[in-house]
Design a protein around this ligand. Sequence first.
Ligand SMILES: [Zn+2]
Length: 212
Amino acid sequence: MQLPFGVISCFGRELFPSAGGVLLWRGPRRITVWRLNRHVIGQYGDIPIVSFSCNPAQRHWFMTQTQEALQIVHRFDPIRFGRLQRQLKYVLAVSSDRRFLARYRSHLGVCEVNVTRLRPKFENCPETAAYIYAAVLVHEAAHGSIANGEIPLRYVARGHIEYFCNSEAAGFLRHWRPEAAELWMKKYHLAGKADSVCSRPAAEVARAETIG
Ligand SMILES: [Zn+2]
């Protein structure tokens, strides 16, 4: 019996969940873009939401949480939402044991969101998690603005870039609750590498954020 290609590729991803993510970034750019477009599960404004998961419940969870987070930024901070629309060409669900919550791949404008780290926030703090997720997206869009020159900080030290991106996330949170902005800076910046939004070894940063 011959299985349709979609079933085979889906089955493969279930067996090797990280393979799809790794292979996505190999090969020609147009193939990557084709794969991203093929797995769009929803949209908010101009921003497509992408998941390679074969689990409909997981796809639905990621789509609704992402749409809500984007809608929160839109409602509380329309100016920063404009930056999200310019910088986030895709919001992509990934699953990784590594510490990062999200990261930005500047050559394609892809914001990867680590659902392994995000989901517990919704389970532990359901009232505030959507706002934290929204702040994470603001943080990553600030990376995008720096990477493509909209904000002239591209050649400053990594620590300064993180400070700027965290300040942008806190600036958004201030529209919601000023105390949340302070907590954000304490947790994600003053705490240093203990708990950061997109902490990665320098080599990986260089690989992931190469300007193509
Ligand atoms: Zn960052």
